[in-house]
Design a protein around this ligand. Structure first.
Ligand code: NAP
Length: 291
């Protein structure tokens, strides 16, 4: 058996076309979805990420603003800029690119973003909404993983899902989203003894560790769905995930590649969240962010 490839690029293209259509329809009613992206400092990787986000906004017909500040920006200045964006009716999503310079407390920054504009879904309020099963903005990467699983028509009800990693941005929200979809969820982390014992029992594995070859062939049950969130470099410097793709692909039922799996979905879900926040701001009935 060779695993079905879950193509994140294809799903992203399809979803972005749908998002652009919904944005155009919303625009006819006078609301153009708007995203503000804030970058503090000159981290080269962050510069690429924010550029890609702004570009994706343009392609979807969104309004976007990119605000770049020197690394010397004070925390108070950043917070007051966010407060101004909270009050700006043309902006429906606010994203502050991490990491921030050391003198700025990221938790304070995230807490200052209005919950209805928290399109990264990182705030304590958004996390609480997810935990409580309430509508809200979901963190983009795990939300994208859910869309990838959905895209192959896989029913999570009653399935055993194993999430490897428990970060606030990926592992924990991933576990909660899977739970909400009626999976039975096990969360593994660096203090989990015998990781393979858990993964071998899993119908679904989501690997979000940041270490190559964390999931190898003998750790996967035949037919399992394997979602690889990891972004690492191999010995040749090529991008690779947490899963040994060549080893696992003959065993798994479905598998995301790296690159071309989860990666493209993260920006797509940022657009999706911004669109839903704009629809909610326009009072569209039946639209609930994070449904
Ligand atoms: P993180 O904050 O470093 O969390 C990594 C998690 O992996 C931690 O919970 C850690 O456990 C766990 N872990 C470490 N070694 C382990 C081991 N040997 N066995 C089991 N668990 C282990 O990373 P993150 O932000 O969640 O990101 C994870 C990966 O996803 C990274 O490669 C990142 O680059 C990638 N990522 C990709 C996207 C995308 O768009 N494709 C988006 C976000 C992240 P402890 O909690 O015990 O330390």
């Amino acid at each position: 058996m060779t695993a079905r490839l879950i193509d994140g690029n294809a799903l992203s293209r399809q979803m972005r076309a749908e998002i652009a259509q919904r944005a155009a329809a919303l625009g006819q009613g006078g609301t153009r979805p708007g995203l503000a992206v804030i970058l503090v400092g000159d981290d080269p990787a962050s510069q690429v990420y924010v550029r890609n986000k702004v570009k994706a906004c343009g392609e979807a017909g969104f309004h976007s603003v990119l605000e770049k500040y020197e690394a010397t920006l004070t925390e108070a200045e950043l917070l007051s800029r966010i407060e101004a964006l909270n009050d700006d009716p043309a902006i429906h999503g606010i994203l502050v690119q991490m990491p921030l310079p050391k003198h700025i407390d990221p938790q304070k920054v995230i807490a200052t973003i209005s919950t209805r504009k928290d399109v990264d879904g990182y705030s304590v309020q958004s996390a609480g909404e997810l935990l409580a099963g309430l509508p809200g903005l979901r963190p983009c990467t795990p939300y994208g993983c859910m869309k990838l699983i959905e895209s192959i028509g896989y029913d999570l009800r009653g399935k055993h899902a194993v999430v490897i990693g428990r970060s606030n941005t990926v592992g924990k929200p991933m576990a909660l989203l899977l739970l909400q979809a009626n999976a039975t969820v096990t969360v593994c982390h660096s203090a989990t003894p015998d990781l393979a014992r858990h993964t071998r029992e899993a119908d679904v594995i989501v690997a979000a560790v940041g270490r190559r070859n964390t999931v190898t062939r003998e750790m996967v049950k035949p037919g399992a769905v394997v979602i690889d969130v990891g972004m690492n470099r191999d010995d040749e410097g090529k991008l690779c995930g947490d899963v040994d793709f060549d080893g696992v692909s003959p065993v798994a039922g479905a598998l995301t590649p790296v690159p071309g799996g989860v990666g493209p979905m993260t920006i797509t879900m940022l657009l999706f969240n911004t669109l839903e926040a704009a629809e909610a701001a326009a009072g569209q009935p039946g639209v609930g962010a994070g449904k």
